[in-house]
Design a protein around this ligand. Sequence first.
Ligand code: SF4
Length: 62
Amino acid sequence: MEVFVDPDICISCGTCIDICPGVYDWDDSGKAHNQIEEVPPNLEDCAREGLENCPVDAIREA
Ligand code: SF4
């Protein structure tokens, strides 16, 4: 799976980073971004949990 964070939608709440820091991190402008595009199998569950808990649906799965 791949995940993408839309910085125009992200409100910098930090939820996805708290849930799955191996996939999501802060970028230089204070928005979340995915530090890896292709999520390894062992991180898929937490990547998906971060996506599902984003309050503004800024993360999409590809
Ligand atoms: S959960 Fe959504 S709004 Fe919050 S930091 Fe992550 S992408 Fe941004």
